[in-house]
Structures are given as C-alpha cells and as structure tokens.
Design a protein around this ligand. Structure first.
Ligand SMILES: Nc1ncnc2c1ncn2[C@@H]1O[C@H](COP(=O)(O)OP(=O)(O)OP(=O)(O)O)[C@@H](O)[C@H]1O
Length: 784
C-alpha cells in the first residue's frame, strides 16, 4: 500500500513537473515579447528560468531596470548609457503626476521616497536599501540617488536657494571620493570595490536636503609633496597594495624571517629590509621609535606574578598577525575619525531638519569556496534584511487589505526566523556559542567546537553537518542558499585580540591624532588587575546591525537589488549562470513569489469582493422587485381610490333612486351588506368594494367568487342596484374576465371596463390552499 501511495505521489509529482515545464516552454516561446515585461510578477509561471529569460531579453533590448513587485531590479550595463540619468530624465520623473507609470527606473524609487517624506501630512522617514554583490552597481546606484535628490530638491525660483543646493550637492557628492578612497579597494570582482557597508541619511527640511550622515571614509592619491612626506616612492612595491597607483602602505611590507638561535632554538627575529627601510618609515610615520615598534611586533609580554613581566618571542606567524593587527587598529580609528569629520562638517543642527531619507548600500549575500566569520556576518545581515523585507511587505499588504475593508488570510511564505535563531539565538546559537568559546580564554580547537555546535544546534533544521569533510565546518541553509562555513580560525577572528603592547606603543606616539585615538583606550580594567572585558566581533556586529534595523523599522523601505550580469565587468554582456546565481542569492525569485503570493490573495479577495458584489446585486434586484410591487400596489390603490370616489358618487345617485322602491329588507340597507330576496340562498357580500372585486375577478382565480348569473347578482347587489330594474343594463357576456359593462339607462350610464392588468403576475395567485383572493384586474370606470 505504502509503495502504491509512493508511486502515486511520484507520478503526480512528475505530471506536475511536466505541466510546469510545458508552461515554462509556452511562456518562453513568446521571445519577442519577453522584454516588454516591466514587472517580473507578470511573468507566469515564476521560475528561475522564466525570470532569467525575461531579464536577459530586457538586457539585450538595453532595458536595465525591471520591477519585481515592490523591489526594483537593476542590471549593470558596465558602460555609460547616454541620457539614462540626464537632468531632463530626472525632471521628467520628478514632475510626472504618476511616475510609477513610467518605465522602471531608479528615479521612480527616489521620487516615491521623496514624495512620501515631503508630501504627507505627517511625513514618514524613508529608507532606500540597495543590495547586490560586489561590482553589481550599488555605489553607482547610491550616487544616482544622491544626485537625484541634490538636483530635484532645488526650488528653481530663487538663486539663493539654487546656490545652497549646489553647495550641498557638492558637499554630499564630494564626500563620496573621500569615502571611496579610504574604504574602497581593487579586488578580483570589482576594481573599485567598497569594503564597507554604508548608511547615509539625507536630512531634509521642508525644501532642500541638508546633510549627509555616513558611516565610513578614506584618502586617495597624494601630491608629490605628500609622497615625499609619506615616503611613498612610485617605484616601490607594497604587499597590501598590488596596484602601485593606489595608496601605498609601508607596514604591510614589513616581513619576518625565522633564524636559528643557539640560546633560544626557535627565536624569531624581525628581519627589516635595510634597503627599503619599511620598518623605519612606518615608525617615522607613526611617530614612534623604530626599536619599540620592532619589539612590539616581535615580543609578547606575559605577566608573572603581580609585578614582574616576562617577554616571550613570537613565532613568525604570530609576528605577521601582530603587524596586521596594528594596521587594522590604526585603520579602524582613522576610519571612524574620518566619518566623524565628514558628519561634523555636513550635519545640520537637529532643529533645522525634520525628516530624512536613509540610503543603505549593503554588501550582498556571499558564498565562496571557503567561507569564514566575515561571510557569516554578511549573510546574517542579509538574513536580517530579508526578514525585514518580508515582514514589511506583508505588513504593508495586510494594512492595505484592512484599509480596503477586505477580509484576508495570512500568506504562507518562507520564514527565515529559524535560520536567524540558528545564528543569533540565545543561549544556543552560533554567535553565543562562539562568544562563550572566546571567553573561555583557552586555545581554540575547531573539531571540539564543531562537536559542541552539533550538540547544541542539531535540532535546528537550518544547519547540517558534513561528517566527511576534511576541515571542521557547518552548513547553514540561508534563504538564498546553502553556505558551508569553516570553523578553523573563526574563534580567533571573533576575539580579534589587540595585544596590549601595540596600544601602549601608539599611546606614546608623537603624532597628536594617533595619540588622541588611544589616550582613552586601556587594556586593563579600572582595577588594573587584568584585561578589560572582551567585546567580540560578532557582538559588535550584532549590536550595530540591531541599531540599523531599528532605524529601518521606523522608516518606509524601498528595495533595489543590483545584479552583475557578468563576472568580468564587460559591457552589455549577460552570462546566464552568473545572473541566475545572483537571482537565487539575493532572493529575487523568492521576492517575486512573495509579491505573487499577494496576488492570489488579491484575486481571492477580489473573488470575495465579486461575491460581496453579487450579493449586493441580488439585494438590489430584490429591492427593485419589491419596489415594483410597491409601485404596483400604489397604482392599484390610487386607481382603487379614484374608482371608489367615482363609484361612491355614482352609487349615491343610484341609492337615491333605489330609496323610492324598497326591494330589500331596510335593516340590511347598511352599505355593502345586502340580502338578495330573489336568491334561494342568501348571498352576503361584505362591503361593496369587495363584492365588486369578487364579481369582477376572473373566475378561475377566486374560489369563493360567484360566477355567471351569481356574479351579476353579486355585482348588482354590491352596487345597490335594483335587480329588477330595467334602468340598468348589465352586460355579462365575458364572464371569464368579469363584468364587461353596466349601463344605466336611460338617464345616464356607467361604463365599467375591465382590462387585463399590465402588472406582471397581477392575475396569478399563490395557491388555492391559501384561500386568499388575488388577481385584481384593473377596473377603469368611465362615466358616459
Ligand atoms: N547603471 C550603471 N551604468 C553604467 N555603469 C554602471 C552602472 N552601474 C554600475 N556601473 C559600473 O559598474 C562598476 C561597479 O559598480 P559599483 O562600484 O557601483 O559596484 P558595487 O556594487 O558598489 O561594488 P562593491 O560592493 O564592490 O563596492 C562601476 O564602476 C561602474 O563603472
């Protein structure tokens, strides 16, 4: 039975696959039209291949922007596209009543955010999240956005304002080269790659963007004088900077060689290249004695007891680590200082601005052959952003539905909470376990740590273990794919220890800037008893990410995903494999699916609305019918009253005549109740109008109605006409239809015309059982 069920499941899966394949083929057949899809949610079915094909078609048609639901996909053309970012285009998007109806463009994102922050009664701060892998075009996109704001925020009327804007534009945009010079590097993937995440706030008062707040910085080329001052000869080769056109750095070129020593068998001696003088140059630039610098790099100080300190030589590898650590320490401080300087020079007083547009240029998801703590942090940040995106998007949709008063049900989507729990969970999460390991202050053992991770985290479905891998590692199933992280070296990176000797060295620097960086810094706690509490890399990263997320949560986000169409940065070249990897890595297909998931809900809601509509139509139809009936009743009533008054007048005349010839019992003379003496059985007709009605109703419809002669009698009675009178002529030749006419002769005559009612169902009745009388035909009374 189980086998049978399995086979059925398999075959239904196969048939599903086959039908999906058919659909994909059918969609792709229309190649000529693929480039016309402005929004990838219109692609059907949404599969990586259909999305890829669509983007490829657009790229070939030189269309570089495509919507993917609430996200904008930007493909890097790797060559300037004339007029794509011109002033005129900016103005066009800015002045359009509905820029969303224009072709997809980064300016739509910019304009939407700008209108949100400017136009509302209570303006909301905005965030523009630009992500993508190295070289995808994030920095370019950010620059475009800044330029757009700098341009459009200028109220053209006033020259003064124009000057202010130009000044701001210059300041804002000019900070980019400084930051890029310090924070960018030439890498294999991008020859001007930002090595930092960037969050910029464009602070706006009511008319112009004011300031730029950013997170990072640096310096670029040097003048000849500066080269001399910094001892940077052009013909020199530097280890950290393979491209000598860029900033050269002496410290990276300080190398170490191992030498045998009789007294200490493995004493490592710092080997300074005398011909280059790297160590001396470094010492000069840092403003410290070269011997002390050398000693710091070579010797570790160990505390022996309360007072004495023992110096222990470091291994060659340790020396290199210390050298790198010194450089990173200085770099980190200079970087923060530069950011602070830029911010200080541009940031307006808080009283002068009310809202901001935040611009987040963030590194994309990374998956290399070998991944370590850096990738774990980057991918963790991307998981956080993805969660924010999904939560925000669904929340926004939800609010839409509520505001539209529509019933809605929650969409099922890929929730990455368990992956985040795996990484940031406490007490059992990769970060907390890493921190715990670092606090134990023991030599780290990758194998042991892997076992600990497995023990603590194996219940989480987002982690898996390759028992056969040579290097201890763990694999995380991220929303964008699986990534294996090497454990070796992870703990050390997390500790990122700063040897106290290095800090002491810099505290003695003759350079006032360096000195200012390190005066407050202490390697010992206030009691002076030991090292201050270690703040690990992941803790710092997590904290800074949390504060960023806090800001993002308080703003309305707009997402742009930059895609690098080929690895070699070649113009207008689209490599499918490269793009598909990025589509998966930045979760574009996922994004479209989320957007598309909203669509069935809309359809569902719309079908509910159609149902809510159909009911309304039905209700309206019923109301209309009831109104018709009411109107019919009113017409009948009106005619009835008219007839009644006419009849009363006529009958009063008749009664006067009748009074002279008493034919029937005077006790029964009360109006409408007559006993006919000529009848075998007395016919009691209660009230003459009813009698008249009975008499004139069609025979088939009135069970109690008299017919034929009785009908005539009934009519005569209710009209109080003398039965024997020859003054009246009653024509009853249409018995089925009622009385045809009664004529009073010779004095005057009354004509009673009976005609079929134009009212629908007027001569129908619900059933004999009810015994009710219906089917009044209209009686028109005409005096002749
Ligand atoms: N829209 C565009 N039009 C023309 N060229 C572009 C465009 N976007 C990017 N480029 C080109 O691609 C190169 C790489 O872009 P950019 O430096 O913005 O990438 P990035 O995503 O910021 O990379 P990293 O993360 O490494 O800093 C740029 O130097 C630029 O020449």
């Amino acid at each position: 039975q189980a086998n049978g069920a399995q086979q059925t499941a398999q075959s239904s899966c196969q048939s599903l696959d086959a039908s999906l394949e058919e659909e994909v083929k059918a969609f792709l057949i229309n190649e000529d039209e693929l480039h016309t899809y402005d929004d990838l949610t219109k692609v059907s079915p949404v599969t990586p291949s259909t999305v890829l094909k669509c983007l490829q078609a657009r790229y070939s048609a030189k269309v570089f922007y495509t919507h993917a639901g609430c996200t904008l996909v930007a493909l890097n053309p790797f060559q300037p596209i004339p007029h794509l970012y011109s002033l005129d285009v900016m103005k066009e998007y800015h002045c359009a009543p509905q820029p969303q109806e224009f072709k997809p463009h980064i300016f739509i994102v910019a304009e939407e955010a700008y209108r949100n922050v400017q136009g509302q009664v209570e303006p909301t701060n905005q965030s523009l999240v630009v992500s993508g892998e190295s070289g995808a075009g994030k920095t370019w996109t950010s620059r475009c956005l800044m330029k757009y704001y700098a341009t459009i925020a200028a109220p053209s009327s006033s020259q003064k304002c124009q000057d202010t804007v130009e000044r701001i534009e210059r300041r804002v945009l000019d900070s980019n080269p400084i930051m890029e010079a310090f924070g960018n590097a030439s890498t294999l993937r991008n020859n001007n790659s930002s090595r930092f995440g960037k969050y910029i706030q464009l602070q706006l008062d009511r008319c112009v963007p004011f300031m730029l707040l950013s997170e990072n910085s640096m310096m670029k080329g040097a003048t000849e004088e500066q080269r001399l001052e910094w001892k940077m000869q052009c013909d020199r080769q530097f280890n950290w900077l393979p491209n000598s056109r860029f900033l050269n750095f002496h410290m990276g070129s300080c190398d170490f060689s191992e030498m045998e020593n009789v007294i200490l068998p493995r004493l490592v001696t710092l080997h300074v290249f005398p011909q280059t003088g790297f160590l001396q140059n470094t010492a000069d630039l840092l403003g410290v004695p070269s011997e002390e610098l050398e000693a710091c790099l070579r010797l570790r100080s160990l505390r022996a007891g309360k007072q004495s300190v023992v110096l222990k030589p470091c291994s060659q590898a340790e020396c290199s680590v210390r050298r790198d650590c010194l450089a990173k320490l200085i770099y980190a401080h200079v970087f923060d200082w530069l950011v602070a300087c830029i911010n200080k020079s541009m940031c307006a007083d808080t009283s002068r601005w009310c809202n901001f547009i935040g611009l987040l240029d963030v590194y994309g998801f990374e998956c290399f052959t070998s991944n370590n703590l850096e990738q774990l942090c980057i991918n963790y940040a991307n998981e956080k952003l993805q969660q924010h995106f999904v939560a925000h998007y669904l929340k926004a949709q939800q609010e839409d539905y509520v505001s539209e008063g529509l019933a809605w049900s929650f969409i099922q989507y890929q929730d990455n909470q368990s992956c985040l729990d795996l990484i940031e969970g406490s007490p059992a999460g990769v970060f907390s376990l890493l921190n715990e390991e670092c606090r134990l202050n023991r030599p780290s053992d990758a194998k042991q740590f892997r076992m600990r991770l497995e023990k603590e985290l194996s219940s989480n479905a987002c982690v898996s273990w390759d028992k056969f891998s040579r290097q201890p590692d763990f694999t995380v199933l991220h929303y964008a794919g699986k990534v294996s992280y090497q454990i070796e070296g992870m703990m050390e990176k997390n500790k990122d220890p700063v040897p106290p000797e290095l800090v002491h060295l810099l505290q003695q620097s003759q350079d006032s800037l360096l000195q200012s960086f390190f005066t407050e810094h202490s390697t010992e706690d206030s009691s002076g008893r030991g090292p201050s509490k270690v703040v690990t890399v992941v803790s710092k990263f997590k904290n800074s990410l949390e504060s960023l997320m806090k800001i993002l949560h308080s703003t309305t986000p707009h997402y742009t995903r930059c895609i690098k169409p080929n690895p070699d940065c070649r113009p207008l070249t689209f490599k499918k494999e490269e793009v598909i990897n990025q589509l998966e890595a930045c979760g574009i297909v996922e994004t479209i699916n989320i957007s598309a998931a909203g669509f069935p809900i809309r359809v569902h809601l719309h079908s509910a609305a159609i149902y809510i509509f159909i009911s309304a139509v039905r209700l309206w139809l019923v109301r209309r019918e009831v109104l018709r009936w009411r109107r019919a009743a009113t017409v009948i009533q009106r005619c009835w009253r008219k007839w009644k008054s006419l009849a009363e007048t006529e009958l009063d005349d008749v009664a006067n005549i009748e009074a002279e010839t008493p034919v029937y019992d005077p006790t029964l003379r009360e109006r409408g109740s007559v006993q006919l003496s000529t009848c075998q059985e007395p016919v009691m007709v209660r009230s003459w109008p009813l009698g008249l009605a009975l008499a004139s109703a069609p025979t088939i419809t009135v069970a109690v109605t008299a017919c034929g002669f009785q009908k005539v009698v009934s009519l005569m009675t209710c009209l109080k006409l003398s039965f024997r009178s020859t003054d009246y002529k009653v024509e009853t030749n249409q018995f089925d239809q009622g009385v045809a006419s009664i004529r009073a002769q010779p004095q005057e005559s009354i004509k009673l015309h009976l005609q079929r009612s134009p009212l629908l169902y007027a001569d129908m009745y619900p059933g004999r059982k009810t015994g009710g009388i219906t089917g009044f035909n209209q009686i028109l009374l005409e005096k002749t």
